[in-house]
Write a protein that binds this ligand. Structure first.
Ligand SMILES: [Zn+2]
Length: 337
């Protein structure tokens, strides 16, 4: 991108920010909760078969600079919910949460937030540091990214081109979907001579890493279940265990209260009123979804909206579009909530 185009983009982002702040001053505080999963340096990002799942770290860096320069307050979930309930402030605030938590949360993403001196919330899936989840999605992507061919049912398939890797990633996820998914992944690893454990270690965050992060005053730790199950599909007992056991594990291992919870997948079909009631019963103070929306000043809903940042959108205008509330309106009109 040329310097001219970049400065025009920056100017448009600033105009968006100024209009959003002016509108918020009229109607009280507005909170936007952004969530994402992973981060990657730009040179690796472009070669990832599932790159929408990752934020380009350079983009994250420029987004944090932009939010600070435009006067947005970057806060924890705890602080954001307190600000939203306070009718005397017209502050515009933003929260960032990282769901699941992988090794790159510790190695690559936290340093960006630390450099800016702003907080971040980690919603941890405890089966990752406990090594009870095979992390097939991370392993599959790693294998496809690093190989020119794969073996499937005895046949060798060429995946040299980027679009072949992306296609293979989607096709295999669809093919394996169902209760035998982990077994399919294990078979795929053995057919391709892959050391599943070694690949797991490259992606999983550890309890030692999380302990260090939990001591950082910029880090807020929340829970994101034990096994990343779609809560709405579980029996009440199983749903309760996913929520309660992960909180208990975080308390035991990290000594943190883990007062906030985020639902895996998080859209309307993935969690509902029954599940919000269970989260309350377990003792969480809030439950994050991924329905699009902003928190306006006034009564704060227990289950609150979070906006997933898609890694493919590497332009300041996209988060500004979310912060203006326009994406929430568009999602409601299109029924994509
Ligand atoms: Zn998740």
């Amino acid at each position: 991108m040329s310097d001219f185009a970049r400065s025009r983009l920056g100017l448009t982002g600033s105009v968006f920010a100024a209009v959003a702040r002016w509108l918020d001053a009229l109607r009280g505080s507005t909170g936007c909760f952004f969530t994402f999963h992973r981060g990657a340096p730009g040179e690796i990002w472009s070669g990832l078969p599932n790159r929408n799942f990752y934020l380009d770290l350079a983009f994250l860096d420029s987004l944090l600079s932009h939010l600070k320069a435009s006067g947005r307050n970057i806060v924890t979930v705890e602080e954001g919910r307190r600000l939203a309930a306070d009718s005397t402030t017209s502050e515009q605030f933003v929260n960032f949460s990282i769901d699941d938590c992988y090794r790159d949360t510790y190695e690559l993403v936290l340093p960006v937030f630390r450099r800016h001196g702003v907080p971040v919330t980690l919603f941890v899936t405890t089966g990752i540091p406990d090594a009870t989840l095979p992390l097939y999605w991370a392993g599959l992507e790693d294998i496809l990214r690093s190989q020119d061919t794969i073996v499937l049912g005895g046949k060798v398939i060429d995946i040299r081109a980027m679009d072949q890797k992306a296609w293979a990633y989607q096709a295999l996820q669809t093919l394996w979907d169902g209760p035998m998914l982990d077994a399919h992944y294990r078979h795929f690893c053995s057919e391709n001579g892959i050391d599943e454990e070694q690949i797991f270690m490259r992606h999983a965050i550890t309890w030692d890493m999380l302990s260090e992060l939990a001591r950082d005053p910029l880090v807020e730790i929340g829970s994101h279940t034990v096994a990343h199950r779609r809560i709405s599909t579980l029996s009440p007992e199983a749903a309760w265990h996913e929520m309660a056991d992960s909180r208990q594990r975080l308390r035991e291992k990290l000594g943190v209260p883990a007062n906030h919870f985020a639902f895996p997948y998080g859209r309307m079909n993935d969690c509902g009123p029954r599940d919000f009631a269970i989260a309350r019963e377990v003792g969480y103070e809030s439950a994050g979804t991924t329905t699009k929306g902003l928190l306006r000043a006034g009564p704060v809903p227990y289950a609150y909206p979070r906006i997933t940042l898609n890694g493919a959108h590497r332009n300041i205008l996209v988060p500004e579009f979310h912060l203006s509330g326009a994406s929430s309106i568009a999602a409601k009109v299109l029924g994509r909530v």
